[in-house]
Design a protein around this ligand. Sequence first.
Ligand SMILES: [Fe+2]
Ligand SMILES: [Fe+2]
Length: 307
Amino acid sequence: MNQTQTERYARTIDASKRVRFDIDRDVIRGRNFDFTRKFLPDGLSKLERLGFLGADDRRLLGQVQGRTYANIFGLVERFIAAKVLEVSREHWFGDQSALEALVRFSDEEIKHQEMFRRIEALIAEGMPAGYRFAPDPNAVAQLVLSKSTWAVLALTCHIELFVLAHYRESIDPDGEVSPLFKDVFLFHWKEESQHAIIDELEWQRENAKLTAPQRDAAVDDLIALVGAVDGLLQAQAKDDVDYFLKVARGPYSAAQQKQLRDGVLYAYRWQYIVSGVQEPRFQKILGGMITEAQMQRIGAALAPILN
Ligand SMILES: [Fe+2]
Ligand SMILES: [Fe+2]
């Protein structure tokens, strides 16, 4: 490992110490969610596409999406923490800054999972019964971790870059978002900023170890992982709209119900796939690793999701 890389890991340790938060003392602070406020901002919920919604139902649908948003992070952080602990093995007897950076990273993700479980419980208190978040974090982690490390680190880097973009571009600027919801993602963003740097370092390190055929197979793994994410989003979008239709004021015509289903799936694909894929930093890192033909293969696989 060269000097510059050691310094980059060391800088994430300093930043991690500086921004470290406590779930109760810093984030929740004894508060509950205010259900008169917005949870997920418009930039992420994409509710402007559903202009027929009244104010109450619009707010409700954004809150359902916000509840799922917190649950999705609780879900993906299970496999992220496991993968980071696994790759930390390669630093056990090497660069101790890298090892400490990865240990802090996984410790933070374990804390974030606890935070998102707390958020789910708080939101559940204020919403009518019947909401369902079906995917099991361990089952999803088993599937993801069955793929090559290169592909898992690519997916992780993509997720942690869109976390940063969502806060910066959508959550922070929206003045109507619930203060507690905003704080959850403010504090999360602060710790995730280091994760995105470490993801890049680890992904590059893994990439350097692969032969061309191994990398080509890893590109297929990444395509399979994005397909699995999309399958999960389709199921959750359906569950969330089913729940919304049960508890919303409505009523909605068959055509409007179809628009609701399409609109929520569009929003979820934007949130968890498209916004990350379009991040310039992600494109730059990925583009630096793979061939033009491999990039086109990824583009072809993404085309049905992007449209
Ligand atoms: Fe996190
Ligand atoms: Fe993270």
